[in-house]
Design a protein around this ligand. Structure first.
Ligand code: FCB
Length: 449
């Protein structure tokens, strides 16, 4: 298998550029009986919400197989591993600590550290304990304070085992997909609720930043946001305006409060009751300085004028797409990194997720995944191009280490570098895993010269 390649003088071929793979608790862990039920457990039992009717009870059975999985991660030759903590596995509903759950994560972190693999810990990758949802979930301001207490417990117990913390993964998905579009847990469909949930998530982030700074001063602290750069269908004034409104509503709604302490102007287009209730001091908490920004990128989105807020998404024909139906556009990735860096004074960036779903199949014990090979190669180059144009990117994580529970799509969409046979739980590195491994061993050889 040919390795992924980058120009030999690329900053991404230097020793200090971090390469990793990423996962998230609910998507891989299983072992649901030893943690609190979360909103995704509930969502999975709701008729019609998960495409294949599956759930996260077993997933990749990672809790029982974590030692082999760490071996697998190490065998790829990566510098870092990004994982998330299940809130309900470390804290019980009455607020007491689940010591077995904590011990599981601490053993995992110790083993990764022993192997010299840097750990990026995400505190919240969407699996809100259901008992909080029963009290309003992210619509309840108290959830933000409960999150800060969870962050305190995690950071005090993990000590120096963590290289970088991110408070939240993709608050856009939690807030918009969960409370506004209804396609993720908890499945609510109100603009007012979506905007309020987003505000409380950002507040939770800001409160947790204070805790991480205090309890884990050595660790990097930041957040992970997802972006789909907005493009206009035509060059008409109306479509250009539509793309810019969509950018504010879906992208800078999260980034601007973090960087500038205010929401973008599209806030003023909302009816008063749809605007989030902002308490005095909230925006100062939210704009806490960060050591890094995690960026997740998969695809771009095209808009035309229309819709209630002035923009509507258009699906363009005749473009290459992944098995998710997402357009493949590496140039939009470079554009995103460049344009965000121009729009804001960003801290260093880590690409915390990037990857593609492909309809993989196991043939004679092997998985050949040409589309993913192409996708990853072109997107690695897209990051290289952004760095060449002055963007400060320090690392790249492929999504995902292995196939896993892909939220509303269930197990049918495979994003892994490693194939998972869910019947036997066998892990089989795909061609793309070998190409990634090849890039990393080539870099090691070059760096040693
Ligand atoms: C991102 C999520 C991640 C995974 C990828 C495909 O939005 O953070 O968990 O599902 O999409």
């Amino acid at each position: 298998m040919l390795p992924f390649t980058l120009p030999s003088d690329s900053a991404m071929m230097q020793k200090d550029f971090l390469y990793g793979v990423a996962t998230a608790s609910f998507q891989i862990e299983g072992d649901a009986q030893h943690r609190q039920p979360c909103i995704w457990d509930t969502f999975c039992t709701t008729e019609g919400k998960i495409a294949d009717g599956s759930d996260g009870k077993v997933a990749c059975d990672h809790v029982n197989r974590w030692q082999d999985d760490v071996e697998l991660i190490d065998s790829l030759g990566v510098d870092a591993y990004r994982l998330s903590i299940s809130w309900g596995r470390v804290i019980n509903a009455d607020g007491s600590i689940n010591h077995d759950g904590l011990k599981f994560y601490i053993s995992l972190l110790d083993e990764l550290n022993r192997r010299g693999i840097k750990v990026f810990v995400t505190l919240y990758h969407w699996d809100l304990p259901q008992h909080f949802e029963d009290k309003g979930g992210w619509l309840n301001r108290e959830t933000a304070y409960a999150f800060a207490e969870y962050a305190r417990i995690v950071t005090t117990h993990f000590g120096n085992r963590v290289y970088a913390y991110s408070t939240l993964n993709e608050p856009f998905c939690s807030a918009f997909l969960g409370y506004e579009a209804g396609i993720h847990a908890p499945g609510r469909t109100s603009r007012q609720e979506g905007r309020l949930a987003a505000h409380h998530l950002l507040l939770a982030h800001g409160l947790a930043m204070q805790i991480i700074r205090r309890e884990a001063p050595e660790a990097l602290a930041g957040i992970v946001l997802n972006f789909s750069p907005s493009f206009a269908l035509t060059e008409s004034e109306e479509d250009l305006q539509a793309a810019s409104l969509a950018h504010e509503y879906h992208n800078t709604w999260y980034l601007m409060p973090l960087m500038l302490g205010r929401y973008p102007d599209i806030l003023n287009l909302l009816a008063p009751h749809e605007r989030p209730l902002i308490h005095p001091g909230d925006m100062d908490i939210i704009r806490a300085p960060m050591d890094y920004l995690g960026i997740n990128y998969y695809t771009r989105t095209v808009y035309q004028a229309g819709g209630e807020l002035g923009f509507e998404e258009v699906r363009v024909d005749n473009v290459p797409r992944t098995d998710m139906g997402w357009e493949i556009s590496p140039d939009a990735f470079t554009y995103l990194l460049k344009s965000l860096s121009e729009e804001f004074d960003l801290p260093p960036i880590y690409i915390t997720e990037n990857g593609a779903a492909e309809r993989d199949s196991l043939v004679d014990g092997e998985v050949y995944d040409p589309m993913r090979l192409d996708y990853l190669q072109s997107h690695l180059l897209a990051v290289h191009n952004a760095i060449e144009q002055g963007v400060d990117v320090r690392g790249y994580f492929a999504w995902s280490l292995m196939d896993n529970f892909e939220w509303a799509e269930g197990y049918r969409k495979r994003f892994g570098l490693v194939y998972v046979d869910y019947d036997s739980q066998a892990r089989i590195p795909k061609a793309s895993a070998k190409a990634y491994q090849g890039l990393l061993s080539h870099r090691r050889a070059v760096c040693q010269k």
